[in-house]
Each structure stands twice: as structure tokens, then as C-alpha cells.
Design a protein around this ligand. Sequence first.
Ligand code: PHE
Length: 453
Amino acid sequence: MTKKENKESFTSSFGVLAATLGSSVGLGNIWRFPYLTGMNGGASFLVIYIFATLLVGLPIMISEIMMGREARRDAITATRLLGPPKHPWWLLGFLGVLSSFLILTFYTGVAGWVFSYAARSVTGYISTSSSLEEAQIAFQSLTNNPFQVLAWQLVVMICIGAVLIMGVTQGIESVSKKLMPVLFLLLLIICGRSITLPGAAKGLHFLFSPDFMKVNTGSVLAALSLAFFKLSIGMGVMVTYGSYFRDDQNIPRTALKVMCADLLVSMLAGIAIFPAVFAFDFAPESGPSLLFVTIPMIFSNMAFGQIFMGIFFILTSIAALGAMISLLETSVSSVMGYFGKTRACSTLLVIVPLMFVGGGCALSESWTANMRILGMNLFDFSDFITSKVFMPTVGILTCIFVGWVMDVSRIKLSLNNKGAINNEVITNIILFALRFLSPTLTLCIMLKGLNVI
Ligand code: PHE
């Protein structure tokens, strides 16, 4: 095992922000956030989501980044070094890395569909699907075709692998700095198109008008688990990125900026999608098929739809890319840290098994349809085990680790940049949240997700 510190790091404040935002912006913004907001009372859900993020998501995100920067190592080594000697806390890091790998097994599959739709809309193939049935058939013809599914998943893996091989500064930071502004620009173009459609006001009403009758305990738990997924916490991802943060970076302030920018992307995505959904009289609650059936259909029916559809799927591909880069980097940096291999070799060591496990998940509608774990196909099982079990478990353990196990003076020094900045009050609030509030609420999400409560 190497004892070397990470030599690579993000070089500028904008680079730190772009890369961290690149990780939190993802498929979660494009359909999960707007859909949950619409179904759970619009603006009232938004308020609950902001509270959930501030009380649970942000303290854990700040802790994870702080752990990474303190240790300047991969997620597994970081938990081993920061805990007391001879204690099994490295298992927390290991669980996070395992879970980021498992998320990739299905995320790369879905991203493959998105890439395929981006290519199809540019070449004009989807513009023929002007009825819902045709759009449904077009989607099924993709998911049921094992060769296409695997080929697109491979394209996705090659793209993220290539970025990682270029390194933290030349690859992750530089790519994120270019992609994030493009993402905002494309999103604004689609928003402009969507809100100028006749009947668009109904969509904005669905998204933003507060309806407290729709708020219940289910909404609160949905907001909490969305906060986890959105901020990329409970996966070792933020520990890994934290190890590339500069010493003079204000961690709480950066995390807050990422949270606000991510919220803005989610709201813009909602503004881009729902006015169009309502303008064409479609159901807003169609879940995953909203992205691959309803949206292509809507674009097919509007003037210059093909261009806008191309833009939409390119922006969705960009969003998914940043999230996947951070997930892959978590495993790659752990392999580099543990085996002392080069970046290129470690990337291959992760990507090859990922191709097999990810391929198995991506073929859940075809070749592996009969393979079941706990009654679920491989795709659903990976999703279930990561989001319902691993993510909250790592979240709770991180709260216990930072709140109760780690040396408090070390945490205070770190969050105040050794006295260079004054985050005293914020640090005390974060410590209080980590010790009591965040683990309790996270335990509730976990038990609710497993149908125990
Ligand atoms: N935050 C990403 C999204 O919203 C997903 C993600 C989760 C990425 C966990 C990294 C780690 O799509």
C-alpha cells in the first residue's frame, strides 16, 4: 500500500466549483427533481427540500469534503487514516466506494440510452415518432436490443474513462470547466422554447404553486432522499473530490454554492420540461418514461422540434457525464491508492469489471431478464441496494464518524482553514447537525425506503 499523498488537485476556485457541481448535477436534476416537486405540492415541496438539504445534505457534504482534504487520499485510505488506530472505520470508505461502483453499473446504462437519443435526434431518427405508441416502440426497440444497449454503454464508459486517464487537472477539472457553462446555456435555450409554447402557464403552475394538501410525511422523506442523491453524498464521491480541494478553499461556502447552483439547474430543468408537457396535454407523473417517451414525442410535435430535441439530449448527456466522472474517479483513486498503480492502469482495472457487471444490468430487459436477486432484475437490484441501503448507511456512519469519532479540534481547524477564515458558528451548527439531527433523519429515510416504517 502506498503512503503517498495525492499529488493531483484542482487548480482554481472555478475549477473546484465546476467539478463539484458537475458531480451533483445529473439525471436527478432532469427528471427526478421536477417530477417529485410537481407531485408533492410544488413550492411547498421546494421549501421542504431546501430545509432537508440544509439540515441533512449540506452537513454531510461538508464533512465528506473535509475528510478528503484532511487526508488527501482516496476514500478508503482517508477513513482509515482519520479514525483511531486499529479500528475498522476503513469499512465506511469501502462501502462508499463499492456503492459508487454499483451506481455506475446502472447509471452508465441509462446514460447510454441518453447518448443514443442524442445521436438519434441529431440524425433525425426520432423525429418520426409523432405518436405516443411510436415513441414507446422506439424506446423499447432500444432497450430490448442487447447489441445497441451494450454498444452505447461502451461509448459512455470510453468517454468517462478517457477523461479520467487525462488526470484530475487536465481531465476532470478542465472538462467540467467547459461543460458546466455549456449545460447552463443549453438549458436556458430549452427553457425559452418551453415557456413560449401556448398553454405553458399550466406547467409553471404545476411546478411552483404551493399546495400544502399534497404535503405529507412521504413528501418529507422524498425530499430527504432527493437531497442525498442530488448532492452526491454517501458514496465516497465527495471524500474523493475533497482530496483535490485547495488548502485555501472555503469548504462550507463552496458546498453552499454547489447546493444553490444545483438547485438552479433543477428548477431550470423543471421550467424546461413541464410547460411543454402541459402544453401538449401529457401526464407529468410518468417517471423514467417521461425522459425517453413523453419528451421525444413532445419535441416531435413542435416547430423546429428536432433541433430542440438534439439540444435537450445533449444537455442531458452532459449532466450525466459529470456525475459518472465523479463516480468512476472514486473507484479509480481507491485502486491507485491501494495498489499503487498508474492512473491509466487503475482506470482499466475498474472499467473492465464495470463492463461485465454494467453490461449485465443494461441487459435486464433482454439476455439477463431471468436473473433475479431478491425478486428484482439486476438493474433494479443495483438501484435498490445503492439508493435504499448503502447510501443512507454510509450517510449515517459518516455522521457518527465525524460527529463522534474524529478529533473535534481537527475538524474545527480544517473548516476554518487553520484560522485563516472564520467559520466558527457554522462549524458548531454542522457538528450539532451531524451528531443528532442528520443521522436520525437519515435513519428515517432508510427505514421508510425499506418499508419498515
Ligand atoms: N448527483 C447525481 C445526480 O443527480 C447522482 C450521483 C449520486 C452522482 C451519487 C454521484 C454520486 O444525478
